[in-house]
Design a protein around this ligand. Structure first.
Ligand SMILES: [Zn+2]
Length: 352
């Protein structure tokens, strides 16, 4: 026997306690007063988003809302007639500003004359992105993707699709209620703690209920897929991957392992700490592969093979480039890579 016994907590493995997934507008009760709802998404590869309805006095607090499509409106109408029993909505909380989460917030808050609760950067960033709809693709954006190594054809695609964000977001409410990190919200007589993460979106809100041992994790912690962490043309030198990794470590310190995690995609699961460790390790492995690839100079589009198993087509080029730049900017921040612009304005990266 050694002199000191150090107990290292072993995280629970990842398990999925529910064998039924909500469909056709029904709901699944995952805890007292907490319903799991699911809305279809018109995206290739990701065909649904989960929402949560929390009993709140006479009505409901809804968490996340779906993308603005006619199918989503139909779906909400079925949900209100079904599991929500035509009770009113007391408030709408959005974890973050991506259209599958905030897309119907304006519609729901107007229907029920209630308020949107979210963090300041999610609200303000969403207002900014919605404001791009109807504008021409800016020169800064074209320069950004040209520097990443895009062809003229791919740049044409970017210009044609620019401003698409606002088309899948119903007109946002003109004011909102700001939620602060660490704030305690009272929902249905229970305490829910606001836990903010960064990297996938600027100020992503998770909600932790110690009494029910639940974590509504949004896209900050997903069990089977990894969340997109991207650099965008509005902030070419951003380092969202460092923020993402710091957030995952911070959540492990703030939220215990014994919660049931309610993620926006895939199914509710147990094993939060194991999943957080896995996500961090996965990015560190990818950073190491990108670093190795930089033995010879590469453009952002040349490191896809080190990051993705699947072929990157024109539809996923924007997100893939954003992810690639997130890894490259993180290596630069760590002093492990340098970036040089050639005479054509294309950026080349090599290990430092
Ligand atoms: Zn998202």
């Amino acid at each position: 026997m050694s002199e000191h016994t150090v107990e290292v907590p072993v995280p629970e493995p990842i398990t999925y306690p529910f064998d039924y997934v909500p469909q056709d507008g029904d709901g699944v009760r995952v805890a007292p007063g907490v319903l799991w709802l699911r809305t279809p998404l018109p995206l290739t590869g990701l065909n649904h988003i989960n929402h949560w309805a929390l009993e709140d006095g006479e009505g409901w607090t809804l968490v996340d809302t779906g993308m603005q499509t006619p199918e989503t409106v139909d779906h909400w109408q079925r949900v209100f007639g079904g599991p929500l029993q035509r009770r009113a909505v007391a408030r709408v909380i959005c974890t973050h500003m991506h259209p599958d989460h905030i897309g119907m917030a304006g519609w729901l808050t107007r229907q029920y004359d209630c308020r949107l609760w979210t963090t300041r950067l999610e609200y303000v960033t969403c207002r900014m992105l919605v404001g791009d709809t109807g504008r021409e693709a800016p020169a800064d954006g074209v320069r950004f993707y040209h520097a990443a190594g895009w062809t003229e054809e791919a740049l044409g695609h970017y210009k044609a699709r620019f401003g698409g964000f606002g088309k899948v977001v119903y007109a946002l409410p003109d004011s909102y209620r700001r939620v602060h990190d660490g704030e305690e919200l009272r929902i249905g007589g229970r305490r829910w703690l606001a836990v903010i993460g960064r990297g996938h979106s600027p100020e992503h809100l998770c909600l932790y209920c110690p009494e029910l041992k639940l974590l509504i994790s949004g896209d900050q912690v997903l069990p089977r897929i990894s969340s997109n962490v991207s650099v965008f043309p509005t902030e070419p030198d951003a380092d969202p991957l460092s923020e993402w990794l710091e957030s995952l470590v911070a959540i492990k310190g703030r939220v215990p392992d014994d919660v049931l995690v309610l993620p926006s995609h895939n199914e509710p699961f147990r094993g939060l700490h194991a999943r957080l460790d896995e996500l961090v390790a996965g990015h560190e492995r990818r950073l190491a592969r990108v670093y190795e690839a930089l033995a010879a100079p590469k453009r952002a589009v040349d490191v896809f093979a080190a990051l993705f198993r699947r072929h990157v087509g024109v539809d996923s080029l924007g997100l893939a480039t954003g992810e690639s730049l997130a890894h490259l900017n993180c290596l630069i921040a760590r002093g492990m890579a340098v970036r040089e612009l050639d005479a054509e304005g294309v950026a080349w990266y090599r290990s430092a």
